[in-house]
Design a protein around this ligand. Structure first.
Ligand SMILES: [Zn+2]
Length: 372
C-alpha cells in the first residue's frame, strides 16, 4: 500500500507511493481541503491540471449534508464530485474544537449539532467507520479526540486515552465492514498526546501496535510554538514503522512542510493555501505578499515572477488588486489557484530534490529566499 522509493542521505526525508483504489499518490504530498466535497473556488479539472493526486474531505460534515445515503445513491464520493483520484476523509475529531458543532463527548461517542438542520447527531467510532466506507473514501481516518495544545496535561491524558479506546473500536469495526461490504479501504490511526513527551511516545506506540495502514499525528498546529510542534513530531516519528506512510494533520505552510518532510513525514493536509488566498496573503518564491495593499495598485508584475501558473501568466498584481477593491468574487478564484498551484509545485520540487539527494540544499535555498 505504501512503498518508499527514495531516501535522503542527510535528513529523514523520503519519497514514496501511496497505492490507493484511485491511483498512486506520490509522497510527500499536501492535500487541498475539500471539506464539503469542493476545494473552495477551484474546480476538479484545475486540481488535476496542477497534479493534485489526493484531497481530503470530512465524513462528519458529509454525514450531515448531503448525507451518506445521498452520496451512495449518487455513486459514491468519487463519482458524485467527479474526482477520480485519491480521497481521504477525516472523521470529525477536529470538529470537536468547534463550539458551533460540538455538544458533548463520552466514552460511547460524541454529540454534534448539525449546522444544516439544527438537529443533534450522535457519532460513535463504529458509525464513523460505516460512514467513511459508505461514502467510498480511499483512506478513512479513525475517530479521535483531539485535545487542544493549549489545554493542560489532564485533558491530554484523558483525550489520548479515549483516542486509544476509539482506535481499537475503529479497527475492529472497520475490519468487519470491509468483510461485509467486500471493499478494501485504507484506515489510518491517529496518535495524540498534546505536547507531553511521554504521552506522545506512548500514543505513537499504542497506535503503531494496532497495525493500521498508515499513521497520523493529530492535535498539532493549533497555535502552539513551532518548537513544541516539531518536538511532538520528533517524539512520534521514530516510534512508527518506517514502512508506513506518516501523516501530519493540519500542516501547512511551506516552511512547516519542509521541516516536517526533513523529519520523515509523508502526508499533509491544510487549508493554509486556500484560506490565505481568501485573505489576500499570496505565497511567492520571495515570501508572502499582501496583495490588497495600495502599493500594488500600479504593479504590472505577476503575483510571483517565478511562477508559471495560469494566473501569473495572465494577470498583473495591479489588475488583481483592482478586482479586490471592486470586491469581484473572481479574484478569490485567481488567488486560490495561484496559492494551491504554488504549494503543489513546492511539493513536486521537494520530491525531485529528495530523489536527487539534495533535499537539505533545496530546503535551505527555499527558506533563505523567503523575505518577510
Ligand atoms: Zn502563480
Amino acid at each position: 500500500m505504501f512503498k518508499i522509493t527514495s531516501e535522503d542521505n542527510e535528513t529523514g526525508a523520503r519519497t514514496g507511493q501511496l497505492h490507493t483504489a484511485h491511483g498512486i499518490a506520490q509522497t510527500p504530498f499536501l492535500m487541498p481541503v475539500a471539506t464539503k466535497m469542493t476545494v473552495k473556488y477551484l474546480t476538479q479539472t484545475e486540481l488535476l491540471n496542477m497534479g493534485v493526486e489526493s484531497i481530503i474531505s470530512n465524513s462528519m460534515i458529509l454525514t450531515m449534508a448531503p448525507g451518506v445515503e445521498h452520496i451512495k445513491e449518487m455513486g459514491g464520493i468519487h463519482k458524485f464530485m467527479n474526482f477520480n483520484k485519491c480521497i481521504f476523509t477525516d472523521s470529525g475529531g477536529f470538529q470537536m474544537q468547534s463550539p458551533k458543532l460540538f455538544l458533548s463527548i463520552s466514552d460511547r461517542g460524541v454529540h454534534f449539532r448539525d449546522p444544516f438542520s439544527g438537529k443533534k447527531t450522535f457519532l460513535t467510532p463504529e458509525a464513523v467507520m460505516k460512514n467513511e466506507i459508505e461514502i467510498g473514501a480511499d483512506v478513512a481516518m479513525c475517530l479521535d479526540q483531539m485535545p487542544h495544545t493549549t489545554q493542560g496535561q489532564e485533558d491530554w491524558i484523558q483525550a489520548t486515552k479515549r483516542t486509544h479506546a476509539w482506535a481499537e473500536r475503529c479497527k475492529s469495526a472497520h475490519r468487519l465492514l470491509e468483510y461485509n461490504y467486500g471493499e478494501k479501504q485504507m484506515l489510518f490511526g491517529i496518535a495524540q498526546g498534546g505536547l507531553d513527551k511521554k504521552l506522545r511516545i506512548k500514543s505513537a506506540e499504542f497506535i503503531e501496535k494496532l497495525n493500521f495502514d498508515g499513521v497520523a499525528m493529530g492535535g498539532l498546529c493549533l497555535g502552539e510554538s513551532k518548537e513544541a510542534m516539531f518536538k511532538a513530531v520528533d517524539y512520534q516519528v521514530p516510534v512508527f514503522n518506517k514502512e508506513k506512510a506518516r501523516y501530519l494533520m493540519g500542516v501547512g505552510s511551506p516552511e512547516d512542510i519542509l521541516e516536517a518532510v526533513s523529519k520523515g513525514v509523508d502526508c499533509f493536509d491544510s487549508i493554509y493555501p486556500t484560506q490565505n488566498a481568501r485573505h489576500c496573503n499570496i505565497l511567492t518564491s520571495k515570501g508572502t505578499i499582501k496583495i490588497d495593499r495600495g502599493k500594488y495598485a500600479k504593479d504590472t508584475k505577476p503575483l510571483d515572477e517565478n511562477c508559471d501558473c495560469e494566473v501569473c501568466k495572465t494577470y498583473s498584481r495591479a489588475y488583481l488588486y483592482h478586482l479586490i477593491r471592486m470586491k469581484e468574487k473572481s479574484v478569490l478564484r485567481h488567488l486560490s489557484y495561484h496559492n494551491v498551484y504554488f504549494t503543489q509545485k513546492l511539493l513536486q520540487k521537494i520530491r525531485v530534490a529528495i530523489k536527487e539527494n539534495r533535499f537539505k540544499e533545496y530546503k535551505d535555498e527555499f527558506l533563505s529566499s523567503q523575505t518577510p
